[in-house]
Design a protein around this ligand. Structure first.
Ligand code: NAP
Length: 317
C-alpha cells in the first residue's frame, strides 16, 4: 500500500528531536500512516504537510487526520491527549505517557469513553532482543538484576531546558526506558525499596539516581539495583544483566537492541523500534483496542515517593 492510497492520516504534535529523528521517518517507511499535519509552536514544517500553531487549530481544520502522535515534553501531554480524544482521534503517546499517574489513569478512561485507541509507547520495549529476553524469563526465578544506564545529557538532550524543570523527569527520562524493559521481561512485579536521587543545585529534577528493588518472595530475587547517571562522558552504557536461579546470565545491551545469553549473542536487530511502534499503533486501531502499560511510570513515581534527596554541583550546559 502506498502512503497516499488508504493510509490513515496521522498528525504530530511537537516537532522536536524525537519527532524528526524517528516519528516522521517511521511513518514514511511503514506506509500504514500518512503524515497529515504538524502542530509546532515554532512553525516547523515539511513540504506538502500543513503546520498549525495549536492542536485545536489542527483538529478543526483537518477532520481527516484520524490519529495524533504527541511528541512534546510529558508535562503537557495529558491536556493535548484529552483534547484529541474528545475530538474523536486516536492517540499515540511518546514516553513517559504523562507527568503523573493520575493523568494517565484519566486518559485510559477518556479513551474508553470516546471509544478511541490510546497507545502509550515505550520504545525500548519494541526490540526483538527484549521480546527474546521476556520469553526466556517466563516462569523462571531470578537471582539478581543490575541496570546500568549512564549517558551524557549534553549529547542526547542538547539545550532541552524542560528536562530540568518539575515534571521533566531529569535522569528518569532515559531511566524510564530501562524500567520499561524490566517491567516487560520480568515474570513478577518489582517494588522500589530504596532510592537516592541526586539533584544539581538549583534544578528541579535529578541528574543521577540509584535504586534498589525487591520482589515477591516466590520470585527468588536476592539482589536488584539500577544506576542512572547523566554525567557519563565517553562510552555510553545502557545495559541490563539478569541472572536466573539456575545461573544463566542474560545481558541486554545497547538499550535493549542486543541480547546475549551466557556471553553468546542470541538476538540483535538494527534500529527498528519506531517502525514496530507504528505497526502496532495501526493494528490497535484496526482492532479497536488500546495498549497502556502504566508500570514503568509507577516505578518512577515510587522512586520519588521513597527516595532520599541529595544535592550535587550545579549543572551548566
Ligand atoms: P525536544 O527536542 O525538546 O522536542 C519537544 C518539542 O515539543 C519541542 O521542540 C516543541 O516543538 C514542542 N513543545 C511543545 N510545548 C513545549 C514546551 N512547553 N516545552 C518544550 N517543548 C515544547 O524533546 P524530544 O527529545 O523530542 O523529547 C520529546 C519526548 O520524546 C520526551 O517525552 C522524550 O522522553 C521522548 N523521547 C525522546 C527521545 C530522544 O532521543 N530525544 C527518544 C525517545 C523518546 P514545537 O516548537 O515544534 O512545538
Amino acid at each position: 500500500m502506498s502512503a497516499s492510497q488508504g493510509a490513515r492520516k496521522v498528525g504530530i504534535v511537537g516537532v522536536g528531536k524525537i519527532a524528526l529523528d524517528q516519528h516522521i521517518p517511521s511513518i514514511e517507511e511503514t506506509q500504514l500512516f500518512a503524515l497529515g499535519a504538524l502542530v509546532s509552536q515554532r512553525g516547523i514544517g515539511r513540504p506538502g504537510v500543513p503546520t498549525f500553531r495549536s492542536l485545536g487549530e489542527m483538529l478543526a481544520a483537518c477532520p481527516d487526520v484520524e490519529a495524533v502522535a504527541i511528541c512534546t515534553p510529558p508535562d503537557i501531554r495529558h491536556g493535548l491527549a484529552r483534547e484529541a480524544l474528545a475530538a474523536g482521534r486516536h492517540v499515540l503517546l511518546e514516553k513517559p505517557p504523562a507527568a503523573t499517574t493520575t493523568e494517565l489513569r484519566d486518559l485510559v478512561a477518556a479513551a474508553r469513553d470516546t471509544r478511541r485507541t490510546l497507545f502509550a509507547t515505550w520504545h525500548s520495549q519494541h526490540n526483538a532482543a527484549v521480546e527474546a529476553a521476556r520469553a526466556r524469563l517466563a516462569g523462571r526465578q531470578v537471582r539478581s538484576i543490575q541496570v546500568t544506564w549512564k549517558e551524557d545529557v549534553r549529547r542526547w538532550h542538547p539545550g532541552q531546558e524542560w528536562i530540568w524543570q518539575a515534571g521533566g523527569f531529569g535522569v528518569f527520562d532515559p531511566g524510564i526506558n530501562a524500567l520499561s524493559i524490566l517491567t516487560r521481561i520480568l515474570p513478577f512485579p518489582l517494588f522500589v525499596e530504596r532510592a537516592e536521587l541526586l539533584f544539581p543545585a538549583g534544578r528541579d529534577t535529578p541528574i543521577a539516581a540509584s535504586l534498589s528493588f525487591r520482589a515477591p518472595a516466590e520470585a527468588g530475587l536476592r539482589e536488584a539495583g539500577a544506576e542512572f547517571d547523566w554525567r557519563q562522558e565517553g562510552e555510553q552504557t545502557w545495559t541490563i544483566a539478569v541472572e536466573t536461579a539456575e545461573g544463566t546470565l542474560l545481558q541486554l545491551s545497547r538499550g535493549g537492541a542486543c541480547l546475549a545469553v551466557d556471553g553468546r549473542v542470541v538476538a540483535e536487530e538494527a534500529e527498528a523500534e519506531y517502525r514496530h511502534i507504528y505497526r502496532r499503533f495501526h493494528a490497535l486501531i484496526e482492532a479497536g483496542e488500546s495498549d497502556v502499560d502504566a508500570a514503568p511510570l509507577h516505578l518512577v513515581a515510587d522512586a520519588f515517593l521513597v527516595g532520599r534527596r541529595c544535592e550535587t554541583a550545579p549543572f551548566v550546559w
